[in-house]
Ligand binder design. Structure first.
Ligand SMILES: [Zn+2]
Length: 189
């Protein structure tokens, strides 16, 4: 009986996570990676969800975001990235950092438990910044990139020490939006 109960609750957790991902307009391949559900089950879940909400939920097809440059290209997105990365870090979506500052050797990031935390982090981020540009798919990508640490990392602003997302090997000292020179701020405005 216990085994059946466990299997049932695991299954239920996967379905609930898939629904939460659907609400955030995640792509099928993302939902599959984090829940382990088949494409067929995700499609069925999507159809039954749609018949309940009666609003058109956009489905994004094709590839997920894969550009790390997205997170550093404008001051606005830099500021959003810093806030989102803080949420991901606080809620334990990212593996714990070593004392050296390097993130732990990434276990596969995608799991149901971590997916739930990822949703919590994104939902908190959207509560704080309802007009944020960064989509859920970008948040998933950011979590993966920060966990791998190969192209993006969590760093400190060279001016005030506040948390920010920087390139792995920045060409110049990273500065947050508030410490960036007024001239630079103007050129990005
Ligand atoms: Zn700063």
């Amino acid at each position: 009986m216990r085994i059946c109960d466990d299997r049932y609750s695991r299954e239920r957790a996967r379905m609930e996570l898939a629904l939460r991902f659907l609400r955030h307009e995640a792509r099928t391949q993302t939902i599959r990676a984090w829940t382990g559900l088949s494409d067929d089950r995700i499609r069925k879940l999507y159809r039954s969800y749609m018949s309940h909400v009666r609003r058109e939920l956009p489905r994004h097809r094709g590839k997920s975001p894969h550009q790390v440059a997205y997170f550093t290209r404008s001051l606005r997105v830099q500021e959003e990235s810093a806030l989102l990365a803080s949420m991901l870090s606080l809620l334990g979506v990212l593996p714990a950092a070593h004392p050296t500052g390097a993130l732990a050797e990434a276990l596969p990031l995608a799991s149901v438990r971590r997916g739930e935390l990822l949703c919590q982090a994104f939902e908190a981020f959207r509560l704080l910044l309802p007009a944020a540009q960064i989509s859920f798919e970008h948040a998933v990508f950011l979590a993966g990139a920060l966990a791998r640490g190969d192209q993006l990392r969590l760093g400190d602003c060279g001016g005030c020490g506040s948390l920010m997302v920087t390139e792995r090997f920045p060409l110049r000292l990273a500065r947050c939006v508030h410490c960036a020179s007024p001239q630079q701020a103007r050129s990005h405005a």
